[in-house]
Design a protein around this ligand. Structure first.
Ligand code: GDP
Ligand code: MG
Length: 441
């Protein structure tokens, strides 16, 4: 993938600007690349279409090539799609005993994941966990879970020969209630492919157990099939999350994107090996990097974007030191403040502003006000921004109206600008080794 994209983006680079056609050409290749990473065809198609809409008309960051910019856009969109709502790796397991149903095809990693997750719940969350195998099809399957249970120090439901899955689920529920367990996990049987009998069996178990979480365990290396599987299980059983196993293999893990796109359900964990602690919370950034395989370029673009911000800040600092602090500078400051976690965060970092930061905090200054102030500045003409002294009554009225605010609001902004500008001048006068110079370092 890396090579393929690299070629396309080199071509883009030489043209110097990101035209409509460039985006299209690049994304055609991205689509092929996604398919090579085992993303399912319709998912790849939709993803590319969404990115195209996003990318078209986007400004290219100075000092990086348009090709690199496209990589970053694709990368960010991948992360967006991969990330579900809520906290990654979180499970709804209040109200003990909470049932967790594990479903999926045979060999996907259900039994292994059941034990891994039980261990995690026990060790991380201090939960008392009971595991039960409902796999009556393969005699060794129940033994397998029992052995893992001993290994990780988690109880398993005693095996009773000849019982059907529904009966086992009922017995697990009873045992979990009586034994004071927080969670009981139901490890179901799988088939090599989806069939009606499997679905009916899982449905029957679900109806009895009424699980708090139903996790679909899928081999992260399966390609097009994964989508079909996920769709079927979600339609019939209603899953609450996905676990992708075998992500320690060298596949690109395109199934992750397919899963998210098709089910809309969060990917909660990834399996990274056969060992009992090889289970991790799903990290969209990591998987996105892997599917795209262009981490270097993404890092480069991020760095370039940071550098530009730093350069702009430095220029502003220099102008401020000379007593030239205009409305454009103030706007940049305000935008920075929003980015840096509001007014307090920003001012706390500036020399001599600690006190002001406290006042600001006390006055309940928040992002909404920052945004209003930016709107006021946007409503000024170029000349007015460069020279706020121009602002007389009639201009003020026009500006305030343009931003949908009162003149009094604008006056507050101007007062703040004057105060900051005075302070900058004072700091600038402190000479060569002065505070602003220090702050720039
Ligand atoms: P089940 O049929 O769905 O219950 O699948 P199992 O849990 O029995 O797993 C089938 C095989 O896959 C076993 O040999 C596991 O050790 C292996 N396995 C499960 N999860 C992972 C994983 O994340 N990485 C690797 N490398 N192997 C795994
Ligand atoms: Mg199994």
């Amino acid at each position: 993938l890396s090579e393929r994209l690299g070629g396309v983006f080199d071509r883009l680079t030489k043209q110097g600007s990101l035209s409509d056609e460039d985006v299209k050409t690049a994304l055609r290749e991205v689509r092929v690349a996604l398919l090579e990473a085992d993303v399912s065809l319709p998912v790849a198609r939709d993803f590319v279409k969404a990115v195209q809409e996003k990318a078209t008309g986007q400004a290219v960051t100075k000092s990086i090539t348009p090709g690199q910019q496209v990589v970053k856009i694709v990368h960010d969109a991948l992360i967006d799609t991969l990330r579900g709502e809520g906290e990654p790796g979180a499970l709804k397991i209040d109200n003990p005993p909470a049932p967790i149903l594990m479903v999926g095809l045979q060999g996907g990693g259900k039994t292994t994941t059941t034990a891994k997750l039980a261990k995690r719940l026990k060790e991380r969350d201090g939960k008392k966990v009971l595991m039960a195998s409902l796999d009556v099809n393969r005699p060794a399957a129940m033994e397998q879970l029992a052995i893992l249970g001993v290994q990780i120090g988690v109880d398993t439901l005693p095996i009773v020969k000849g019982e059907d899955p529904v009966a086992i689920a009922k017995r697990a529920k009873t045992q979990a209630s009586m034994g004071g367990y927080d969670v009981y996990m139901l490890d179901t049987a799988g088939r090599l492919s989806i069939d009606e009998e499997l679905m009916q069996q899982v449905e029957a178990v679900r109806n009895v157990a009424n699980p708090r979480e139903t996790l679909l365990v899928v081999d992260g290396l399966t390609g097009q099939d994964a989508v079909h599987t996920a769709q079927n299980f979600d339609d019939r059983i209603g899953i609450t999350g996905v676990v992708l196993t075998r992500m320690d293999g060298d596949g690109r893990g395109g199934a992750a994107l397919s899963m998210r796109a098709v089910t809309g359900k969060p990917i909660k964990f990834v399996g990274l090996g056969e060992k009992m602690d090889a289970l991790e919370t799903f990290e969209p950034e990591r998987i996105a990097g892997r599917i795209l395989g262009m981490g270097d370029i993404v890092a480069l673009v991020e760095k370039a974007q940071e550098t530009i911000e730093a350069e702009q800040a430095e220029k502003m600092m220099k102008r401020m030191a000379k007593g030239q602090f205009n409305m454009n500078d103030l706007r940049m400051q305000l935008e920075q403040m929003i980015k840096m976690g509001g007014m307090q965060g920003m001012m706390g970092m500036m020399p001599g502003m600690g006190k002001m930061a406290k006042q600001v905090e006390a006055s309940g200054f928040d992002d909404k006000i920052l945004k209003q102030q930016i709107a006021l500045i946007q409503s000024m003409t170029k000349k007015e921004r460069a020279n706020p002294a121009l602002l007389q009554a009639s201009r003020k009225k026009r500006i305030a109206r343009g931003a949908g605010m009162e003149v009094s609001e604008l006056n507050k902004l101007l007062k703040m600008h004057r105060q900051m500008s005075d302070m900058m001048k004072k700091m600038g006068k402190m000479g060569k080794g002065g505070m602003l110079k220090q702050a720039m370092k």
